[in-house]
Design a protein. Structure first.
Length: 263
């Protein structure tokens, strides 16, 4: 979920590459994405029952919601009626997805605000890092090459650095690491607790602690015990808001017969 926040509202992220035209699936920010086969199986059943009706874009939005629900997260009503795009270009995610090595302020101004999202949406949607994994390459500079004065990012918990180095050796581009250790299959607020303790994997998450508003939100969620009502409600609202960005409707695009290929 984490790396598909901004690209794919027209299901472009589901398209396979064609000869000479690599798709978004091959873009570095998307290499840790999983579950394409699951989406294809859902689409096949829907096409059998009601051909040409349910778009891959709607399936992706609904599956994202259902994954959150099945991992003990919130439910929200997903607006439907999206249509599928016919274009998927490898370079697009690089210019549309907030990189993990940018600070939160730069990501907010460059990637969130231009798309109609605000600082609250940013800190809420990054809470989705409670699920899933990341390649070591997304944060290895924080371990081995942070600055001329420090090999490791000094904001990282010193007890956490050796654990990460044990998993991620220099130059490792294949190993996957839990973004929310011990709870990466449960949708909860524990990732905020990691941020508060200096154990966020990404610079983009760690630097949420530098802004008074986002820091306050992180600390508030980090101290929640039991059902995190505020975060659950906020996450549902931000997901609906994000899911309405740049969608294709009406006569735009198409309803793909197979999510990995244009008609």
């Amino acid at each position: 979920m984490q790396r598909s926040l901004f690209v794919g509202c027209d299901a472009s992220v589901l398209l396979n590459s064609t000869p000479g035209s690599p798709s978004e699936k091959e873009s570095i920010p998307n290499l840790s994405l999983r579950g394409f086969g699951t989406v294809d199986r859902v689409k096949a059943k829907l096409e059998h029952a009601c051909p040409g009706v349910v778009s891959c874009a709607d399936i992706l939005a609904l599956v994202a919601r259902d994954v959150v629900v099945l991992t003990k997260g919130p439910y929200w009503d997903v607006p439907t009626g999206r249509r599928d795009g016919t274009r998927s270009v490898k370079e697009d995610p690089v210019s549309n997805l907030p990189p993990p090595f940018f600070d939160a302020t730069r990501n907010l101004n460059q990637f969130f605000i231009p798309k109609g999202l605000n600082a609250k949406d940013q800190v809420v949607l990054l809470g989705g890092h409670t699920l899933g994994t990341s390649h070591c390459s997304s944060f290895s500079d924080r371990l081995y090459n942070f600055s001329s004065a420090s090999m490791a990012d000094p904001t990282l918990d010193k007890r956490y650095v050796p654990r990460l180095k044990n998993k991620c050796k220099p130059g490792d581009k294949t190993t996957l690491v839990e973004m929310d250790p011990g709870s990466f299959k449960t949708f909860d607020t524990s990732y905020y607790r990691h941020i508060a303790k200096g154990r966020a994997l990404f610079t983009s998450d760690e630097t949420l602690m530098l802004d008074p508003f986002t820091r306050g939100y992180v600390l508030r969620q980090a101290n929640v015990a039991g059902y995190p009502a505020e975060f659950f409600s906020d996450f549902a609202a931000s997901m609906v808001k994000m899911g309405n960005m740049q969608v294709l409707t009406g006569a735009q695009g198409e309803i793909r017969r197979h999510c990995a290929f244009v008609n």
